[in-house]
Ligand binder design. Sequence first.
Ligand code: GAP
Length: 498
Amino acid sequence: MADISKIHTISDLAAFCKRKGFVFPSAEIYGGFSGFFDYGPLGIELKENIKKDWWKTFVQSRQDVIGIDGSAITNPKVLEASGHVAGFNDLLVDCKKCKFRERADHLIEDLLKIPAEHLSAKQIQKLIEKHKIKCPKCKGPLSEPKQYNTMFKTYVGPVEQDSSVAYLRPETAQSIFSNFELIQKSSRAQLPFGIAQIGKAFRNEISPRDFLFRMREFEQMELEFFTHPKKINDCPFYNDIQTSSVNMLSAEMQNKGKNHKAMTIKSAVIKKIIKNRWHAYWLYSQYQWFLNLGINPKNLRIREHKKEELAHYAKACFDLEYKFPFGWKELQGMADRGQFDLSQHGKYSGKEITFFDQAKQEHVVPYVAAEPSQGLDRAFLAFLIDAYTVEKDRVVLKLNPKLAPIKIAIFPLVNKDKLPEVAMKIYNLLKDKYPIFYDTSGSIGRRYRRMDESGTPFCLTIDHDTLKDKAVTVRHRDSMKQKRVKIKDLETYFLKLI
Ligand code: GAP
Protein backbone atom coordinates (compact mmCIF):
# COMPACT_ATOMS: atom_id res chain seq x y z
CA MET A 1 0.00 0.00 0.00
CA ALA A 2 1.47 3.24 -1.14
CA ASP A 3 2.11 6.50 0.63
CA ILE A 4 0.18 8.99 -1.48
CA SER A 5 2.69 11.75 -0.79
CA LYS A 6 4.77 10.02 -3.48
CA ILE A 7 2.52 11.59 -6.09
CA HIS A 8 3.08 15.28 -5.71
CA THR A 9 0.27 16.59 -7.89
CA ILE A 10 -2.54 15.19 -9.96
CA SER A 11 -0.73 16.59 -13.02
CA ASP A 12 2.21 14.27 -12.24
CA LEU A 13 -0.20 11.34 -12.40
CA ALA A 14 -1.78 12.62 -15.63
CA ALA A 15 1.70 12.83 -17.20
CA PHE A 16 2.53 9.29 -16.02
CA CYS A 17 -0.78 7.97 -17.40
CA LYS A 18 -0.11 9.57 -20.78
CA ARG A 19 3.46 8.26 -21.00
CA LYS A 20 2.46 4.69 -20.10
CA GLY A 21 -0.72 4.56 -22.19
CA PHE A 22 -3.27 4.52 -19.37
CA VAL A 23 -5.13 7.74 -20.24
CA PHE A 24 -4.75 10.45 -22.91
CA PRO A 25 -6.33 13.88 -23.19
CA SER A 26 -9.12 13.43 -25.73
CA ALA A 27 -8.26 14.65 -29.26
CA GLU A 28 -4.87 15.86 -28.14
CA ILE A 29 -3.69 16.55 -31.70
CA TYR A 30 -6.34 19.32 -31.79
CA GLY A 31 -5.32 20.71 -28.41
CA GLY A 32 -7.46 18.35 -26.29
CA PHE A 33 -11.07 18.79 -25.23
CA SER A 34 -11.64 20.00 -21.69
CA GLY A 35 -13.36 17.46 -19.47
CA PHE A 36 -12.93 14.52 -21.88
CA PHE A 37 -10.33 11.77 -21.76
CA ASP A 38 -9.53 8.65 -23.80
CA TYR A 39 -8.35 5.45 -22.16
CA GLY A 40 -5.27 3.85 -23.73
CA PRO A 41 -4.16 0.20 -24.00
CA LEU A 42 -3.27 -0.23 -20.32
CA GLY A 43 -6.09 2.04 -19.11
CA ILE A 44 -8.86 0.11 -20.82
CA GLU A 45 -7.64 -3.14 -19.22
CA LEU A 46 -7.46 -1.62 -15.74
CA LYS A 47 -10.88 -0.02 -16.15
CA GLU A 48 -12.43 -3.29 -17.40
CA ASN A 49 -10.90 -5.18 -14.45
CA ILE A 50 -12.41 -2.72 -11.97
CA LYS A 51 -15.82 -3.05 -13.64
CA LYS A 52 -15.60 -6.83 -13.77
CA ASP A 53 -14.76 -7.12 -10.10
CA TRP A 54 -17.52 -4.71 -9.04
CA TRP A 55 -20.10 -6.53 -11.20
CA LYS A 56 -18.97 -9.94 -10.01
CA THR A 57 -18.97 -8.91 -6.33
CA PHE A 58 -22.22 -6.96 -6.23
CA VAL A 59 -24.31 -8.57 -8.99
CA GLN A 60 -23.24 -11.99 -10.25
CA SER A 61 -22.27 -13.55 -6.94
CA ARG A 62 -25.44 -12.40 -5.17
CA GLN A 63 -28.96 -13.82 -5.24
CA ASP A 64 -30.53 -10.45 -4.46
CA VAL A 65 -29.10 -8.14 -7.14
CA ILE A 66 -29.81 -8.12 -10.89
CA GLY A 67 -28.42 -5.92 -13.63
CA ILE A 68 -29.55 -3.83 -16.60
CA ASP A 69 -28.02 -1.68 -19.32
CA GLY A 70 -30.20 1.34 -20.13
CA SER A 71 -29.93 3.90 -22.92
CA ALA A 72 -27.75 6.98 -22.40
CA ILE A 73 -30.20 9.38 -24.06
CA THR A 74 -33.34 9.30 -22.03
CA ASN A 75 -36.92 10.27 -22.74
CA PRO A 76 -36.95 13.84 -21.34
CA LYS A 77 -40.03 13.02 -19.28
CA VAL A 78 -37.88 10.71 -17.14
CA LEU A 79 -35.58 13.58 -16.26
CA GLU A 80 -38.48 15.95 -15.68
CA ALA A 81 -39.98 13.51 -13.18
CA SER A 82 -36.65 12.94 -11.45
CA GLY A 83 -36.20 16.69 -10.91
CA HIS A 84 -33.10 16.98 -13.09
CA VAL A 85 -34.63 19.32 -15.70
CA ALA A 86 -35.70 21.81 -13.06
CA GLY A 87 -32.98 21.35 -10.51
CA PHE A 88 -29.76 19.72 -11.72
CA ASN A 89 -27.99 23.01 -11.34
CA ASP A 90 -24.65 24.39 -10.27
CA LEU A 91 -24.01 28.04 -9.45
CA LEU A 92 -21.75 29.92 -11.80
CA VAL A 93 -20.19 33.36 -11.69
CA ASP A 94 -18.68 35.17 -14.64
CA CYS A 95 -16.30 38.05 -14.93
CA LYS A 96 -18.03 41.18 -16.23
CA LYS A 97 -14.77 42.29 -17.88
CA CYS A 98 -12.99 39.26 -19.41
CA LYS A 99 -16.02 36.87 -19.42
CA PHE A 100 -14.08 34.14 -17.53
CA ARG A 101 -16.53 31.62 -16.02
CA GLU A 102 -16.12 29.52 -12.89
CA ARG A 103 -18.26 27.32 -10.67
CA ALA A 104 -19.09 29.65 -7.79
CA ASP A 105 -18.48 27.09 -5.01
CA HIS A 106 -15.10 26.13 -6.52
CA LEU A 107 -14.04 29.76 -6.60
CA ILE A 108 -14.91 30.12 -2.91
CA GLU A 109 -13.20 26.83 -2.02
CA ASP A 110 -10.03 27.76 -3.89
CA LEU A 111 -9.76 31.27 -2.46
CA LEU A 112 -11.15 30.91 1.05
CA LYS A 113 -10.23 27.24 1.63
CA ILE A 114 -13.65 26.36 3.05
CA PRO A 115 -16.16 23.73 1.81
CA ALA A 116 -18.73 25.54 -0.33
CA GLU A 117 -20.62 22.93 -2.39
CA HIS A 118 -23.72 23.24 -0.21
CA LEU A 119 -23.87 27.08 -0.13
CA SER A 120 -26.84 28.93 -1.65
CA ALA A 121 -26.52 31.71 -4.23
CA LYS A 122 -27.22 34.27 -1.48
CA GLN A 123 -24.56 32.85 0.84
CA ILE A 124 -21.99 32.84 -1.94
CA GLN A 125 -22.83 36.42 -2.94
CA LYS A 126 -22.36 37.48 0.70
CA LEU A 127 -18.91 35.84 0.78
CA ILE A 128 -17.95 37.49 -2.53
CA GLU A 129 -18.88 40.89 -1.09
CA LYS A 130 -17.36 40.30 2.35
CA HIS A 131 -14.00 39.13 0.98
CA LYS A 132 -14.08 41.49 -2.02
CA ILE A 133 -13.50 38.55 -4.36
CA LYS A 134 -12.61 39.49 -7.94
CA CYS A 135 -12.01 37.56 -11.15
CA PRO A 136 -8.98 35.28 -10.61
CA LYS A 137 -7.83 35.97 -14.21
CA CYS A 138 -8.11 39.77 -14.66
CA LYS A 139 -9.29 41.05 -11.25
CA GLY A 140 -12.45 42.35 -12.91
CA PRO A 141 -15.82 42.47 -11.07
CA LEU A 142 -17.85 39.25 -10.83
CA SER A 143 -21.53 38.72 -11.65
CA GLU A 144 -23.96 37.47 -9.00
CA PRO A 145 -24.07 33.64 -8.83
CA LYS A 146 -26.51 32.24 -11.43
CA GLN A 147 -28.14 28.81 -11.70
CA TYR A 148 -26.80 26.74 -14.58
CA ASN A 149 -28.27 23.35 -15.58
CA THR A 150 -25.42 20.91 -16.12
CA MET A 151 -27.26 18.40 -18.31
CA PHE A 152 -26.12 18.02 -21.93
CA LYS A 153 -29.00 18.85 -24.26
CA THR A 154 -29.47 17.31 -27.68
CA TYR A 155 -32.17 16.99 -30.35
CA VAL A 156 -33.68 13.68 -31.35
CA GLY A 157 -34.51 13.39 -35.07
CA PRO A 158 -33.64 15.70 -37.95
CA VAL A 159 -35.41 18.86 -36.76
CA GLU A 160 -33.93 21.00 -34.00
CA GLN A 161 -37.04 22.23 -32.23
CA ASP A 162 -38.29 22.43 -28.64
CA SER A 163 -40.38 19.29 -28.99
CA SER A 164 -37.35 17.20 -29.98
CA VAL A 165 -35.13 18.23 -27.04
CA ALA A 166 -33.66 15.36 -25.04
CA TYR A 167 -30.80 14.98 -22.58
CA LEU A 168 -27.81 12.73 -22.10
CA ARG A 169 -28.35 11.07 -18.76
CA PRO A 170 -26.55 12.75 -15.85
CA GLU A 171 -26.76 9.54 -13.77
CA THR A 172 -27.46 5.92 -14.70
CA ALA A 173 -29.95 5.55 -11.86
CA GLN A 174 -33.04 6.87 -13.64
CA SER A 175 -33.45 3.98 -16.10
CA ILE A 176 -33.44 1.64 -13.10
CA PHE A 177 -36.39 3.55 -11.64
CA SER A 178 -38.33 4.05 -14.87
CA ASN A 179 -37.97 0.34 -15.75
CA PHE A 180 -38.59 -0.89 -12.22
CA GLU A 181 -41.80 -2.82 -12.88
CA LEU A 182 -40.53 -4.43 -16.09
CA ILE A 183 -37.36 -5.56 -14.35
CA GLN A 184 -39.12 -6.81 -11.22
CA LYS A 185 -41.85 -8.68 -13.06
CA SER A 186 -39.63 -10.25 -15.74
CA SER A 187 -37.12 -11.51 -13.17
CA ARG A 188 -39.75 -12.25 -10.50
CA ALA A 189 -37.53 -10.50 -7.95
CA GLN A 190 -38.93 -10.19 -4.44
CA LEU A 191 -38.21 -7.38 -1.98
CA PRO A 192 -35.60 -6.73 -0.77
CA PHE A 193 -33.51 -6.72 -3.93
CA GLY A 194 -31.18 -4.49 -5.89
CA ILE A 195 -30.83 -3.42 -9.52
CA ALA A 196 -27.38 -2.46 -10.76
CA GLN A 197 -26.06 -0.75 -13.85
CA ILE A 198 -22.68 0.28 -15.21
CA GLY A 199 -22.67 2.90 -17.94
CA LYS A 200 -21.77 6.33 -19.18
CA ALA A 201 -23.10 9.51 -17.58
CA PHE A 202 -22.67 13.06 -18.84
CA ARG A 203 -22.50 16.39 -17.03
CA ASN A 204 -21.67 19.69 -18.66
CA GLU A 205 -19.41 20.70 -15.77
CA ILE A 206 -18.65 24.44 -15.64
CA SER A 207 -15.05 23.80 -14.70
CA PRO A 208 -13.80 20.24 -15.22
CA ARG A 209 -10.66 19.74 -13.16
CA ASP A 210 -8.24 17.40 -11.46
CA PHE A 211 -7.73 14.99 -14.37
CA LEU A 212 -10.31 12.16 -14.16
CA PHE A 213 -11.89 13.51 -10.98
CA ARG A 214 -14.32 15.94 -12.59
CA MET A 215 -15.06 15.08 -16.21
CA ARG A 216 -17.87 15.88 -18.62
CA GLU A 217 -18.24 12.30 -19.80
CA PHE A 218 -17.61 9.60 -17.23
CA GLU A 219 -18.82 6.20 -16.16
CA GLN A 220 -20.89 5.18 -13.14
CA MET A 221 -21.38 1.86 -11.37
CA GLU A 222 -24.70 2.26 -9.57
CA LEU A 223 -26.95 0.03 -7.52
CA GLU A 224 -30.42 0.84 -6.20
CA PHE A 225 -31.36 -1.39 -3.28
CA PHE A 226 -35.14 -1.62 -2.85
CA THR A 227 -36.77 -2.73 0.40
CA HIS A 228 -40.30 -2.86 1.77
CA PRO A 229 -40.87 0.63 3.23
CA LYS A 230 -41.52 -0.88 6.67
CA LYS A 231 -38.51 -3.20 6.54
CA ILE A 232 -35.56 -0.89 5.97
CA ASN A 233 -33.88 -2.40 9.03
CA ASP A 234 -34.49 -6.07 8.17
CA CYS A 235 -31.03 -6.77 6.87
CA PRO A 236 -30.00 -10.42 7.32
CA PHE A 237 -26.31 -9.57 6.85
CA TYR A 238 -26.19 -6.88 9.53
CA ASN A 239 -25.05 -9.18 12.37
CA ASP A 240 -22.04 -10.32 10.35
CA ILE A 241 -20.73 -6.80 9.77
CA GLN A 242 -21.83 -4.79 12.82
CA THR A 243 -18.59 -5.22 14.78
CA SER A 244 -16.44 -4.21 11.81
CA SER A 245 -14.84 -0.84 11.95
CA VAL A 246 -14.67 2.01 9.41
CA ASN A 247 -13.19 5.52 9.43
CA MET A 248 -16.25 7.69 10.10
CA LEU A 249 -16.77 11.44 9.93
CA SER A 250 -20.29 12.29 11.07
CA ALA A 251 -22.09 15.58 10.43
CA GLU A 252 -21.75 16.37 14.13
CA MET A 253 -18.00 15.77 14.08
CA GLN A 254 -17.73 18.12 11.09
CA ASN A 255 -19.75 20.80 12.89
CA LYS A 256 -17.38 20.53 15.86
CA GLY A 257 -14.34 20.76 13.56
CA LYS A 258 -13.22 17.22 14.43
CA ASN A 259 -11.42 14.72 12.23
CA HIS A 260 -12.74 11.27 11.29
CA LYS A 261 -12.20 8.35 13.68
CA ALA A 262 -12.45 4.57 13.60
CA MET A 263 -15.95 3.47 14.60
CA THR A 264 -17.83 0.19 14.46
CA ILE A 265 -20.87 -0.01 12.23
CA LYS A 266 -22.91 -0.92 15.31
CA SER A 267 -21.79 2.21 17.10
CA ALA A 268 -22.65 4.37 14.04
CA VAL A 269 -26.14 2.82 14.01
CA ILE A 270 -26.70 3.18 17.78
CA LYS A 271 -25.60 6.84 17.62
CA LYS A 272 -28.10 7.26 14.74
CA ILE A 273 -25.38 8.49 12.40
CA ILE A 274 -26.51 5.73 10.02
CA LYS A 275 -30.28 5.52 10.23
CA ASN A 276 -31.14 2.26 8.52
CA ARG A 277 -29.40 -1.11 8.68
CA TRP A 278 -29.48 -1.78 4.94
CA HIS A 279 -27.72 1.54 4.45
CA ALA A 280 -25.14 0.48 7.07
CA TYR A 281 -24.62 -2.83 5.31
CA TRP A 282 -24.11 -1.29 1.88
CA LEU A 283 -21.76 1.39 3.19
CA TYR A 284 -19.63 -1.29 4.79
CA SER A 285 -19.72 -3.56 1.70
CA GLN A 286 -18.56 -0.82 -0.66
CA TYR A 287 -15.90 0.41 1.80
CA GLN A 288 -14.61 -3.15 2.19
CA TRP A 289 -14.54 -3.69 -1.59
CA PHE A 290 -11.96 -0.92 -1.90
CA LEU A 291 -9.87 -2.35 0.96
CA ASN A 292 -10.01 -5.86 -0.52
CA LEU A 293 -8.59 -4.49 -3.75
CA GLY A 294 -5.66 -2.89 -1.98
CA ILE A 295 -6.67 0.64 -0.98
CA ASN A 296 -4.80 1.72 2.15
CA PRO A 297 -7.38 2.13 4.99
CA LYS A 298 -5.63 5.39 5.93
CA ASN A 299 -6.80 6.87 2.63
CA LEU A 300 -10.48 5.95 2.94
CA ARG A 301 -13.30 7.27 5.12
CA ILE A 302 -17.07 7.59 5.25
CA ARG A 303 -18.39 11.14 5.58
CA GLU A 304 -21.99 11.91 6.48
CA HIS A 305 -23.61 14.72 4.49
CA LYS A 306 -24.73 17.68 6.54
CA LYS A 307 -28.45 18.53 6.18
CA GLU A 308 -27.76 21.51 3.94
CA GLU A 309 -25.76 19.32 1.52
CA LEU A 310 -28.50 16.77 0.84
CA ALA A 311 -29.68 16.39 -2.76
CA HIS A 312 -33.39 16.98 -3.42
CA TYR A 313 -34.10 13.21 -3.47
CA ALA A 314 -32.08 12.16 -0.41
CA LYS A 315 -33.28 11.48 3.12
CA ALA A 316 -29.69 10.83 4.18
CA CYS A 317 -26.42 10.54 2.32
CA PHE A 318 -22.82 9.49 2.90
CA ASP A 319 -19.75 9.83 0.75
CA LEU A 320 -16.94 7.33 0.66
CA GLU A 321 -14.06 9.78 0.55
CA TYR A 322 -10.54 9.12 -0.65
CA LYS A 323 -7.46 11.13 0.27
CA PHE A 324 -6.58 12.43 -3.19
CA PRO A 325 -3.39 14.50 -3.65
CA PHE A 326 -5.74 17.55 -3.66
CA GLY A 327 -7.46 16.59 -0.37
CA TRP A 328 -10.23 14.33 0.94
CA LYS A 329 -12.86 14.18 -1.81
CA GLU A 330 -15.91 12.14 -2.81
CA LEU A 331 -15.10 8.76 -4.30
CA GLN A 332 -18.61 7.34 -4.08
CA GLY A 333 -21.96 8.77 -2.98
CA MET A 334 -24.54 6.66 -1.19
CA ALA A 335 -27.95 8.14 -0.50
CA ASP A 336 -31.07 6.81 1.17
CA ARG A 337 -33.46 7.88 -1.65
CA GLY A 338 -36.56 6.66 0.14
CA GLN A 339 -39.61 6.42 -2.14
CA PHE A 340 -38.86 9.65 -3.98
CA ASP A 341 -38.01 8.35 -7.44
CA LEU A 342 -40.61 5.62 -7.83
CA SER A 343 -43.32 7.97 -6.49
CA GLN A 344 -42.26 10.71 -8.91
CA HIS A 345 -42.27 8.37 -11.92
CA GLY A 346 -45.64 7.04 -10.78
CA LYS A 347 -47.01 10.59 -10.65
CA TYR A 348 -45.54 11.79 -13.94
CA SER A 349 -46.35 8.67 -15.97
CA GLY A 350 -49.81 8.26 -14.45
CA LYS A 351 -48.96 4.61 -13.70
CA GLU A 352 -48.32 3.90 -10.04
CA ILE A 353 -45.12 1.92 -9.53
CA THR A 354 -45.64 -0.58 -6.74
CA PHE A 355 -44.73 -4.00 -5.46
CA PHE A 356 -47.44 -6.44 -4.34
CA ASP A 357 -46.79 -7.64 -0.79
CA GLN A 358 -48.28 -11.18 -0.78
CA ALA A 359 -48.19 -11.55 3.01
CA LYS A 360 -50.14 -8.35 3.69
CA GLN A 361 -52.06 -8.45 0.40
CA GLU A 362 -51.23 -4.82 -0.27
CA HIS A 363 -49.37 -2.73 -2.85
CA VAL A 364 -46.42 -0.73 -1.54
CA VAL A 365 -44.04 1.73 -3.17
CA PRO A 366 -40.57 0.17 -2.65
CA TYR A 367 -38.05 2.14 -0.60
CA VAL A 368 -34.48 2.72 -1.78
CA ALA A 369 -32.62 2.16 1.48
CA ALA A 370 -29.22 2.64 -0.15
CA GLU A 371 -27.89 3.73 -3.52
CA PRO A 372 -24.19 2.95 -3.88
CA SER A 373 -23.18 5.29 -6.72
CA GLN A 374 -19.57 4.87 -7.75
CA GLY A 375 -17.77 6.87 -10.41
CA LEU A 376 -15.66 4.34 -12.28
CA ASP A 377 -13.09 6.92 -13.32
CA ARG A 378 -12.67 8.09 -9.72
CA ALA A 379 -12.17 4.48 -8.61
CA PHE A 380 -9.57 4.10 -11.39
CA LEU A 381 -7.82 7.22 -10.10
CA ALA A 382 -7.83 6.03 -6.48
CA PHE A 383 -6.46 2.57 -7.34
CA LEU A 384 -3.68 4.15 -9.42
CA ILE A 385 -2.74 6.73 -6.79
CA ASP A 386 -2.65 4.12 -4.06
CA ALA A 387 -0.60 1.73 -6.16
CA TYR A 388 1.93 4.29 -7.42
CA THR A 389 5.12 3.78 -5.43
CA VAL A 390 8.55 5.29 -5.86
CA GLU A 391 11.37 3.07 -4.61
CA LYS A 392 15.11 3.62 -4.68
CA ASP A 393 15.61 3.06 -8.37
CA ARG A 394 12.19 2.31 -9.76
CA VAL A 395 8.58 3.44 -10.08
CA VAL A 396 6.24 0.54 -9.45
CA LEU A 397 2.47 0.24 -9.60
CA LYS A 398 1.61 -2.13 -6.78
CA LEU A 399 -1.84 -2.92 -8.15
CA ASN A 400 -3.77 -5.89 -6.82
CA PRO A 401 -3.09 -8.71 -9.36
CA LYS A 402 -6.85 -8.88 -10.05
CA LEU A 403 -6.72 -5.30 -11.34
CA ALA A 404 -3.35 -5.40 -13.11
CA PRO A 405 -3.81 -4.74 -16.86
CA ILE A 406 -1.16 -7.35 -17.77
CA LYS A 407 -0.79 -10.27 -15.38
CA ILE A 408 2.36 -11.91 -16.72
CA ALA A 409 5.27 -10.81 -18.91
CA ILE A 410 7.35 -13.39 -20.74
CA PHE A 411 10.99 -12.66 -21.60
CA PRO A 412 13.41 -14.90 -23.46
CA LEU A 413 16.78 -13.84 -22.03
CA VAL A 414 18.20 -13.53 -25.55
CA ASN A 415 16.52 -13.56 -28.91
CA LYS A 416 18.37 -16.69 -30.10
CA ASP A 417 19.61 -20.13 -28.96
CA LYS A 418 16.07 -21.61 -29.12
CA LEU A 419 14.99 -19.47 -26.14
CA PRO A 420 12.24 -17.60 -28.12
CA GLU A 421 10.77 -20.95 -29.22
CA VAL A 422 10.49 -22.16 -25.63
CA ALA A 423 9.15 -18.75 -24.54
CA MET A 424 6.49 -18.92 -27.25
CA LYS A 425 5.42 -22.37 -26.06
CA ILE A 426 4.92 -20.97 -22.56
CA TYR A 427 3.07 -17.99 -24.01
CA ASN A 428 0.70 -20.35 -25.85
CA LEU A 429 0.21 -22.39 -22.68
CA LEU A 430 -0.93 -19.37 -20.63
CA LYS A 431 -2.37 -16.91 -23.16
CA ASP A 432 -6.00 -18.05 -22.91
CA LYS A 433 -5.96 -17.69 -19.15
CA TYR A 434 -4.23 -14.35 -18.59
CA PRO A 435 -3.40 -11.15 -20.48
CA ILE A 436 0.29 -11.65 -21.27
CA PHE A 437 2.97 -9.36 -22.65
CA TYR A 438 5.79 -10.90 -24.66
CA ASP A 439 8.95 -8.81 -24.78
CA THR A 440 12.36 -9.49 -26.28
CA SER A 441 13.82 -5.98 -26.39
CA GLY A 442 16.39 -4.48 -24.03
CA SER A 443 18.20 -5.82 -21.00
CA ILE A 444 16.25 -7.92 -18.52
CA GLY A 445 16.59 -5.11 -15.95
CA ARG A 446 14.96 -2.61 -18.34
CA ARG A 447 12.21 -5.06 -19.21
CA TYR A 448 11.48 -5.54 -15.49
CA ARG A 449 11.30 -1.77 -14.93
CA ARG A 450 8.89 -1.29 -17.83
CA MET A 451 6.59 -3.97 -16.42
CA ASP A 452 6.86 -2.52 -12.87
CA GLU A 453 5.51 0.77 -14.22
CA SER A 454 2.66 -1.08 -15.93
CA GLY A 455 1.79 -2.87 -12.68
CA THR A 456 2.53 -6.38 -14.05
CA PRO A 457 2.78 -8.66 -11.00
CA PHE A 458 4.89 -11.47 -12.53
CA CYS A 459 7.67 -11.68 -15.09
CA LEU A 460 8.95 -15.00 -16.47
CA THR A 461 12.46 -15.26 -17.83
CA ILE A 462 13.48 -18.11 -20.07
CA ASP A 463 17.26 -18.60 -19.93
CA HIS A 464 19.78 -21.19 -21.09
CA ASP A 465 19.19 -23.32 -17.98
CA THR A 466 15.54 -23.62 -19.03
CA LEU A 467 16.64 -25.89 -21.86
CA LYS A 468 18.15 -28.27 -19.29
CA ASP A 469 15.95 -28.05 -16.16
CA LYS A 470 12.61 -27.26 -17.92
CA ALA A 471 12.08 -24.41 -15.42
CA VAL A 472 11.85 -20.61 -15.65
CA THR A 473 12.58 -17.72 -13.30
CA VAL A 474 9.44 -16.07 -11.96
CA ARG A 475 10.12 -12.56 -10.66
CA HIS A 476 7.58 -11.02 -8.28
CA ARG A 477 6.89 -7.31 -8.84
CA ASP A 478 6.53 -6.06 -5.24
CA SER A 479 9.26 -8.03 -3.44
CA MET A 480 11.46 -8.40 -6.56
CA LYS A 481 12.12 -11.95 -5.28
CA GLN A 482 12.84 -14.58 -7.90
CA LYS A 483 11.76 -18.20 -7.88
CA ARG A 484 12.56 -21.10 -10.16
CA VAL A 485 9.33 -22.83 -11.26
CA LYS A 486 8.99 -25.91 -13.49
CA ILE A 487 7.17 -25.15 -16.75
CA LYS A 488 4.70 -27.95 -16.07
CA ASP A 489 3.77 -26.33 -12.70
CA LEU A 490 3.24 -22.78 -14.04
CA GLU A 491 -0.52 -23.04 -14.52
CA THR A 492 -1.21 -24.11 -10.92
CA TYR A 493 1.41 -21.67 -9.63
CA PHE A 494 -0.42 -18.69 -11.15
CA LEU A 495 -3.85 -20.03 -10.35
CA LYS A 496 -2.99 -19.58 -6.66
CA LEU A 497 -1.51 -16.11 -7.10
CA ILE A 498 -3.84 -14.32 -9.49
N1 GAP B 1 -27.17 8.61 -8.70
C1 GAP B 1 -26.54 9.42 -7.73
C2 GAP B 1 -25.45 10.23 -8.27
O1 GAP B 1 -25.24 10.31 -9.46
P1 GAP B 1 -23.48 11.81 -7.54
O2 GAP B 1 -22.87 12.00 -6.17
O3 GAP B 1 -23.88 13.02 -8.28
O4 GAP B 1 -24.73 10.84 -7.29
C3 GAP B 1 -22.10 9.67 -8.04
O5 GAP B 1 -22.50 10.96 -8.43
C4 GAP B 1 -20.64 9.43 -8.34
O6 GAP B 1 -20.38 9.68 -9.73
C5 GAP B 1 -19.69 10.36 -7.59
O7 GAP B 1 -19.41 9.88 -6.30
C6 GAP B 1 -18.46 10.29 -8.47
O8 GAP B 1 -17.71 9.12 -8.18
C7 GAP B 1 -19.06 10.16 -9.87
N2 GAP B 1 -19.09 11.48 -10.54
C8 GAP B 1 -20.02 12.44 -10.42
N3 GAP B 1 -19.72 13.50 -11.21
C9 GAP B 1 -18.56 13.20 -11.82
C10 GAP B 1 -17.73 13.88 -12.76
N4 GAP B 1 -18.06 15.09 -13.24
N5 GAP B 1 -16.59 13.28 -13.19
C11 GAP B 1 -16.25 12.04 -12.74
N6 GAP B 1 -17.01 11.35 -11.85
C12 GAP B 1 -18.14 11.91 -11.39
